[in-house]
Design a protein around this ligand. Structure first.
Ligand SMILES: [Zn+2]
Ligand SMILES: [Zn+2]
Ligand SMILES: [Zn+2]
Length: 130
């Protein structure tokens, strides 16, 4: 029974992520999926998706992880080179199509990259929020 429920929850989380144009935190996922799932379960599920290369995350300025589906992982999965934009007015964190070139750092072992720009998103800028 537990397995079925977990499978259903996984499907709901992936569906929500596919339908959402921006990243989602564990709290937002728990609020939005039509199933009662505790945060720890969702967090573990996302960790498995990250390990499997399905999902990546960006840590925002408040220290929260914001998750998004991986669409194209051309580099090594954990070395994402697209930029994320965090809006200080609405709090949304978007995956942008813009990419940065990951530098070659001789002698350093890169395990993960996160690129975050903080500012005002296009929607908020359009209505004069700052
Ligand atoms: Zn990825
Ligand atoms: Zn905004
Ligand atoms: Zn992203």
């Amino acid at each position: 029974m537990a397995l079925t429920r977990n499978t259903k929850a996984q499907e709901e989380v992936l569906k929500l992520m596919q339908e959402t144009p921006h990243t989602l935190t564990v709290d937002e996922i728990c609020e939005k999926i039509p199933l009662q799932v505790n945060k720890t379960t969702v967090y573990r599920m996302l960790e498995r998706f990250v390990a499997a290369g399905k999902v990546h995350f960006i840590t925002s300025s408040d220290g929260k992880a914001h998750y998004a589906l991986c669409t194209s992982c051309k580099h090594q999965h954990t070395l994402h080179n697209h930029i994320h934009f965090q809006c200080t007015a609405c709090g949304t964190v978007d995956c942008l199509p813009d990419k940065v070139e990951i530098p070659v750092l001789p002698g350093y072992q890169m395990k993960e990259t996160q690129f975050l720009i903080i500012g005002i998103c296009t929607k908020c800028a359009a209505v004069g929020k700052e």
